[in-house]
Design a protein around this ligand. Sequence first.
Ligand code: SF4
Ligand code: SF4
Length: 126
Amino acid sequence: MLKTKELQSDTHVYTCNVAMNSFVIDYKGNMLPCMKLRHKGINLLTHSFDYIWEQFSIYKKYEASEKNKCKKCDAVYFCDSCPAEMDAKYGDMEVVDCTKCKVAKIRKAFYCGEVDYDEALKQADL
Ligand code: SF4
Ligand code: SF4
């Protein structure tokens, strides 16, 4: 599957659209790269948009380490694991959350026609 290979060969931790085409502004005018990132924001009243946007580019530069299991995972295309969420929960952007893995593998099996809907639900144990 092409998308899987693309994601696996992307050497960055963040393979999402963070700092590429969206941002968040809170009620105080603080601009943040993403709702899930532990970033206190930079205020638009004191800094220009261009300056703030440039600061966010750091997230596209983090290189995945050798321990990054997601780069070798064949379920990566079906996974919604988020490095920012892992960082907030575990203090490590590259931690693998077993619950995310379980869901991604079931989703892959379903969309690849290996299990039907009922079996997917059974495996998910929801
Ligand atoms: S929620 Fe996570 S995966 Fe989605 S854009 Fe933000 S940092 Fe990327
Ligand atoms: S299923 Fe697990 S190892 Fe695979 S991409 Fe998702 S979090 Fe990473």
